[in-house]
Structure formats: C-alpha cells, structure tokens
Design a protein around this ligand. Structure first.
Ligand SMILES: [Mn+2]
Length: 432
C-alpha cells in the first residue's frame, strides 16, 4: 500500500484581512485547493495540524465555508467512486473552545462526520488519541501552550507503550512553534533537543502554528500557512507537505500576490514632490503577473518636511491601483525621529562605513547599556551587515551576533567579579 497523505496547517478560515470580503473568500479558496490536491493525489488521509479557524467564536459564514468544503470533499469522492478521504485534525490555539461554550467548532464538524478530531486529554495522566489509517498510525495532541515542553517525554513514553508489537509508520501531529523559527523572540518555543525523546518512536512529526515553512532532520515538518496572513510574513516560504514512501515534498499553491514597496521621503519638500516620488517608485516596479488582483503595500519613511495632513493619500493609492490593478493599496507613513537625522556637513568626505560607524556609535552611547563595549558592538554590527550583503545565511549571522553578545556578557560578569575583588577591570573597547 505505502504511505500517501498531505499535511497542512494554519488555514485561518474566517480571517477578513483588511476588512475585505475577497480576502475572506481567499482563505477558504486556498483551503479547498489543499483538499482538492489530496483528492487528486488519491491520498489515504488529509492532516490538519491546527488553526483551521481564525478564532474560537467564528461566525456563521465561516462555519458555512468549512462545512461546504468538507461536504464537497465527500461528494467529490463519491462521484469518483471512492470512500471520502478521511480528514484528521487537532485544535490549534485559535480553534480551542471557550470554557463557557464547551464545544469547539472542530468538535461540531466532527459530530457531523466531516472530520476526525484527535483529542488527547490530560486530566490526571496523559491519554493519547490516535487513528490507524492506511499504513499509518496518527497520534494527535492539540495546542498545549506553556506545558508543551514538559509533555514531550510523556507523549514519547505513551506512544512507545501503545505501539508495542505494532509496526506502522507513526505520525504525531502537534501545534507549537520551534525555537529560532519566528522572526521575533517568542516565549514558550520548543528547542530541537526537547523533541529528541520522540525521535525513536515518531517517523513524522507534523507541526502547525508558525506560518513559515521549516523542517528538521527529515522527521519534523512545518509547512506554514498557505495564505499570507500579515505583511510580516512577506517573502517567507509557505506550503503543505505531500508525504509518500519517497519522503515529504513541500507543495505550494498559487495564492493572491502581495507586493511591498518603500521610499525615503526625507528629501521631499512639498506634497507635489511626494506625488512625483511615488510615481517614480510605482513606475520602476514591474506589474504583478497573477490572475488575482494583488495587494500592494507602500511604506514611505524618513523625515516629513510638511504637515502629514497634506499628504494626498487617495491620490497615492490611486497611482498604485492604476499601475498594479490591485485589490487593495495600503500606504504607511513612518516618520523617523529627528534625533537620527544626520546633517550633511557632519558626514562630507566620510566613507559609508565611517558614517555607519559614527551613527551606530552614537546610538550605543545614547542607549547606555553597552557603553563600555561600544567598539565591539559597533564593529560587530558593521560586520553583521557585511555578512548580510554577502548573502550569508541569516541563521549564521544570528549565531555570530549571539556569540558576540555572550562574549560581552561574560566580560561584564568577569568585570563585576574582578571589581568586587578590588582590581581594575580590563574591558575591551573601554577607552575610545
Ligand atoms: Mn497557532
């Protein structure tokens, strides 16, 4: 028989991005395309690793979207003469029921025969829920939040017990984010080492929660959300996995395109000049090649030299719409603080690196915390920029910066200890 399933997550049905009905529909259309892919590839089951819905208390139209897609799945399968493809799901943080509601909407869909919700419970001890389908055994644990980490060894132990004497391809689906995968620092992330107790007993760990694609060691997989949920996700890889005997392959679906533009307004003196600037920005960008009208975001940043209310936003949006035929144009004005302004007379004759060094130095001294290490902080920041320009992997750069930071912390600690001992501390970069 072999292994054949798809694994997706974070569909966020019910999200009305920018308040646009079209975006509300987009999320459901993409979800349906995911299900359709599963049917067309004759998979044994479809796995949803949490956050099918955008919120706990979805409205009727959102419920109807989900219901329609699942009914369509059943009818489509019937029409081609096969049993409905089983849908197996867990609850993500967005799907959990409010205590007063008792039932989550995924539980309602389960009671209607639309999906199988894996509902592992944790009253006194952990009770794992699973289903056998095709050549696979699928365990599922919904969103655990802060107790995710401590549950991992217990889950491993339970799977080992339950699987004794059984030789099936073991899938575990959970909803959490892994360390260093988000663009910002998030509390409660799981480091890879914490997953190791599962390694021996789980063949495929199907994750959901973070909206970017990532995987570890050919056994931990997170496809991300298929739709761009926010502009913070711009440029991130996203998709779902099609898992067969040959391994897990990332599949991406065509979705509505986003385009991000930006321009510096510091040298603009009048609203009229601003129009010209926007026009040149817009015209220097190639039109978006896609079936659906795109969404375009323009950020204008720098010093604004005239009152903000004189900015002709409708006119700017119109220029964007005309050029890209977009569904929606979003314009942000990010005025930078005067403090950061560099006067031209201060920097004439300086190289770019000298200018950067000067500005960074002022920033570090102003901040105060790393005053004593200003030389190191500045040179390492400039170095990080060079690495980025050489397109060194961002993880590598982060690791390198962390190393520099740890070094400073260590110096600080030693300096404290030594000064306690009544000696003069030697600190790198202390005298400048
Ligand atoms: Mn989530």
């Amino acid at each position: 028989m072999g292994i054949n399933f798809i694994h997706g997550s974070d569909f966020h049905l019910g999200y009305v991005q920018y308040g646009l009905h079209e975006r509300f529909v987009d999320f459901a259309t993409t979800f349906k395309a995911f299900i359709k892919y599963g049917i067309e590839h004759d998979v044994d089951f479809i796995l949803i690793a949490g956050d099918l819905f955008e919120k706990r208390n979805i409205n009727a139209p959102t419920y109807l979207q989900a219901y329609k897609v699942f009914s369509w799945l059943q009818e489509e399968c019937k029409s081609i003469g096969r049993e409905p493809v089983p849908v197996i799901a867990i609850e993500g943080n967005h799907d959990l029921a409010y205590q007063r509601d008792r039932n989550s909407w995924l539980q309602i869909l389960e009671s209607q025969g639309m999906l199988r919700l894996l509902n592992s419970t944790e009253d006194n001890s952990l009770k794992l829920d699973y289903v056998d389908v095709g050549d696979c055994r699928v365990f599922g644990v919904g969103y655990l939040g802060a107790s995710t980490m401590q549950s991992i060894p217990l889950i491993a132990e339970q799977i080992q017990k339950i699987n004794q004497g059984v030789d099936r391809f073991t899938v575990l689906t959970m909803h959490f984010g892994m360390e260093e995968q988000a663009r910002s620092v998030v509390a409660g992330e799981i480091p890879y080492n914490a997953l190791l107790p599962l390694r021996e007993f789980v063949d495929y760990l199907a994750l959901g929660h973070y909206h970017n694609q990532y995987e570890y060691d050919h056994w931990v997989y997170n496809g991300g959300s298929l739709e761009l949920f926010s502009l913070n996700e711009y440029g991130l890889k996203k998709g779902f996995y099609h898992v067969t005997d040959g391994g897990a392959r990332l599949v991406t679906l065509p979705t509505r395109q986003f385009k991000r533009l930006s321009g510096n307004i510091s040298s603009v003196k009048t609203p009229n000049e601003l129009s010209l600037l926007v026009q040149s920005i817009v015209e220097s960008e190639a039109p978006v090649d896609s079936k659906l009208p795109p969404i375009v975001e323009l950020t204008l940043w720098g010093n604004l030299n005239f009152p903000k209310k004189e900015i002709g936003l409708p006119e700017i949006k119109e220029m964007i719409s005309k050029r890209f035929g977009c569904l929606y144009a979003d314009v942000h004005i990010k005025q930078t603080n005067d403090y950061y302004t560099v006067h031209e007379s201060d920097i004439t004759g300086m190289s770019r690196e000298q200018i950067e060094t000067k500005i960074l130095r002022e920033q570090v001294l102003q901040d105060g915390r790393y005053k004593a290490y200003v030389k190191q902080v500045v040179s390492d920041t400039v170095e990080a920029k060079k690495l980025a320009l050489q397109r060194i992997d961002e993880k590598e750069i982060i690791r390198w910066l962390k190393q520099s930071f740890n070094q400073i912390q260590l110096h600080k600690k030693h300096a404290r200890e030594e000064s306690n001992a009544g000696e003069l501390p030697f600190v790198r970069g202390d005298v400048t």
